[in-house]
Design a binder for this molecule. Structure first.
Ligand SMILES: [Fe+2]
Ligand SMILES: [Fe+2]
Length: 238
């Protein structure tokens, strides 16, 4: 084999090794993020809700991040870490989580601990994704005006991921049926979010949410259609 042919042979081998490595990396990333999502699902099932809430949280959070001109790395972090916001519910007793109404003040305090418990689950990780998940678990119930929990953090002291997921989570709760309330329609929920600008929510996060509202409405509608399809199928299953 002359030198030129050898060179082409090496080039082909290097290209193939690179493609193999890229594929292996993609497979590892996919199974890693899928495992994380499935772990988050366990916590959701405990709360008797479906996985569609987690998908919407990821969708809304990434849309808001785009509206705030955050980079692709932050968008990716939010996409994969936001579904884990309530992972701490895994360690809250079922008797409290599944209680339909009439929680005592003590029980309410125990539920609030899902934030610190969630953060404890990820404590000590060096993975940027799990560090983001820890921040989100700990801060998604903080409020911009300092009246949230567990630490009463205020304004931009609350990590940006926590400020974004706070809005996504409340918006989704408002438009969902709960044992103790009916669902608000999309526009009513948007009005309630706007009303909390500078109180519950960071004004910049609200602005980004409004700027991306068309996309969010589309995602929301698609997800509600999936839910309607699932419950219709369940009804018709003997
Ligand atoms: Fe929560
Ligand atoms: Fe949630």
């Amino acid at each position: 084999m002359d030198n030129k042919s050898k060179y082409f042979e090496y080039e082909k081998m290097i290209k193939k090794a690179y493609e193999d490595l890229k594929r292996a990396y993609q497979e590892v990333k996919e199974s890693y993020t899928e495992m994380i999502f499935r772990l988050a699902l366990v916590a959701e099932f405990k709360d008797d809700s479906t996985g569609t809430h987690l998908v919407r949280i990821a969708d809304f959070s990434t849309e808001i991040a785009r509206g705030m001109d955050l980079g692709e790395k932050d968008i990716d972090m939010l996409k994969y870490a936001s579904p884990m916001h309530d992972i701490g519910k895994l360690v809250v007793p079922d008797a409290i989580i599944k209680k339909p109404s009439g929680l005592t003040p003590e029980e309410r305090e125990v539920i609030k601990q899902h934030t610190t418990m969630g953060a404890d689950i990820f404590q000590g990780s060096h993975s940027p994704l799990l560090i983001a998940a820890k921040d989100i678990a700990l801060t998604h119930h903080e409020r911009y005006d300092g009246t949230g929990y567990p630490n009463g953090m205020k304004g931009e002291d609350i990590p940006i991921y926590g400020r974004i997921v706070a809005l996504a989570d409340v918006f989704d709760a408002l438009t969902s049926v709960r044992p103790y309330k009916a669902a608000f329609d999309f526009d009513e929920a948007v009005a309630l979010i706007k009303d909390q600008t500078g109180k519950h929510f960071d004004p910049k996060v609200v602005d980004a949410f409004i700027a991306r509202l068309d996309n969010i409405r589309r995602m929301w509608q698609a997800s509600k259609d999936v839910e309607a399809f699932i419950s219709e199928k369940e009804l018709n299953t003997p």
